[in-house]
Design a protein around this ligand. Structure first.
Ligand code: NAD
Ligand code: MG
Length: 398
């Protein structure tokens, strides 16, 4: 029986993880859950899965609400609070697997704690690798953790690589990694129409149901940019070994090209329960509850080159990756602020990329060898982005 901690259990990935776990009561047991605001959902999850711990933020009355609801529902779960409690449940000696599914920079510290404690880390929180790739991969090595990528593209690449890929991509005959991208909801919109995109339109992804932040990232394709950086760290790939191709159907989840011209890809219906079940069952295959792929019904699989003018965020991510140090962490932080501003109608959709570009050209980058240094750089980028936002809003009112 494997005991599982889910960081971010009330989110899209968290709920899909619980769905897969519920299909295998003989294999998995929920050890701990965490949420940020949705108390009722967390309470219902505790009632159903009876975890030992549930974690909420400390600075509000949500923990008290949760305790009351747990009592009413007859769940014996103990409520822990605050950021350190997330690290406690991630590194606890009694947990075996940790699903890292908190969105954004907030997921870094507990994911790192799980890696350092030598857990099987199912990593959905791509921002952790974007911010602190070297640190994270070192923690995995030193802690003796098993890192399994859950992001569908990286999971596909992992499945398409030989098991000894850590010896070096070229050594094992890999020439290139190609990440597929759906192109999001605005792939075909006239550029002039993008000005008035609303948050709800940006969050209506054609193929995937996801949280709002990653949905906006998919619409700007910053998500693909972050994934390029994620791939760089996971597979020790050079920037020139990673490519992006648009594939609107999201059936080929990514591919690996070998020196002999062979291309190995992983296919499936776009449902995150497939990579989640892969991570939970590895090296075995287990039922994910996902409908089988019907290629005849899918009809055609299309591909096209990435349009840089439409999706400048991918270039910004490549630039940050090449620059190294804290650049990627700062791009990620600036992006979190920009997306939040867009979701609150304070920034136009088309201005997300230009704001990020402005921040990245003015910001100074440091080496980023420690977590503290990375977090300082992250905070600095957030402040710089907020300042630029205020400048822009003031200018637009003049
Ligand atoms: P979501 O918004 O649906 O859920 C996020 C979860 O994180 C929630 O449980 C929320 O309570 C928690 N959370 C949010 N802010 C927090 C904070 N400050 N501190 C602690 N907890 C906090 O997001 P999601 O779509 O499930 O995505 C989760 C992660 O997985 C993201 O990093 C995303 O990029 C990645 N991912 C998601 C998908 C997908 O299909 N949804 C696919 C690939 C990768
Ligand atoms: Mg992805």
């Amino acid at each position: 029986m494997k005991k599982i901690t889910i960081l971010g259990s009330t989110g899209s990935i968290g709920a899909s993880t619980l769905d897969v776990i519920a299909r295998h009561p003989d294999r998995f047991e929920v050890f701990a859950l965490s949420a940020h605001s949705r108390v009722e959902e967390l309470a219902q999850q505790c009632k159903k899965f009876q975890p030992r711990y549930a974690v909420l933020p400390a600075n509000n009355d949500l923990p008290a609400q949760l305790k009351t609801r747990l009592r009413e529902l007859g769940a014996k779960t103990e409520v822990l609070v605050g950021a350190t409690a997330l690290e406690t449940i991630a590194a606890h000696t009694d947990t075996d697997y940790v699903m890292a599914a908190i969105v954004g920079a907030a997921g870094l510290a507990p994911s790192l704690a799980a890696a350092r404690a030598g857990k099987r880390v199912l990593l959905a929180n791509k921002e952790a690798l974007v911010m602190a790739g070297q640190l994270f991969m070192d923690a995995v090595k030193e802690g003796g953790a098993t890192l399994l990528p859950i992001d569908s593209e990286h999971n596909a690449i992992f499945q398409s690589l030989p098991r000894n890929y850590a010896d070096g991509l070229l050594k094992v005959g890999v020439k290139k990694i190609t990440l597929t991208a759906s192109g999001g909801p605005f792939r075909k919109h006239a550029l002039s129409e993008l000005k008035n995109i609303t948050p709800d339109e940006a969050c209506a992804h054609p193929n995937w149901v996801m949280g709002r932040k990653i949905s906006v990232d998919s619409a700007t394709m910053m998500n693909k940019g972050l994934e390029v950086i994620e791939a760089r760290w996971l597979f020790d790939a050079k920037p020139e070994q990673i490519e992006v191709v648009i594939h609107p159907q999201s059936i080929i989840h990514s591919m690996v090209e070998y020196l002999d011209g062979s291309v190995i890809a992983q296919l499936g219906n776009p449902d995150m329960r497939t990579p989640i079940a892969y991570g939970l069952g590895f090296p075995e295959r287990i039922d994910a509850g996902v409908a089988m792929l019907d290629l005849a019904r899918a009809g055609k699989l299309e591909f096209e080159a990435l349009d840089d003018a439409r999706f400048p965020c991918v270039r910004l991510a490549y630039e940050a990756m090449r620059r190294g140090g804290t650049a990627a962490a700062q791009l990620n932080a600036a992006n979190e602020i920009a997306v939040e501003a867009f979701l609150h109608h304070q920034l136009a959709f088309v201005d997300i990329a230009s704001l990020l570009e402005e921040v990245m050209t003015t910001i100074s980058v440091t080496e980023g060898t420690s977590l503290d240094e990375i977090l300082v750089a992250d905070a600095y980028a957030r402040t710089a982005t907020k300042t630029k936002l205020i400048e822009r809003r003031t200018l637009s009112r003049l």
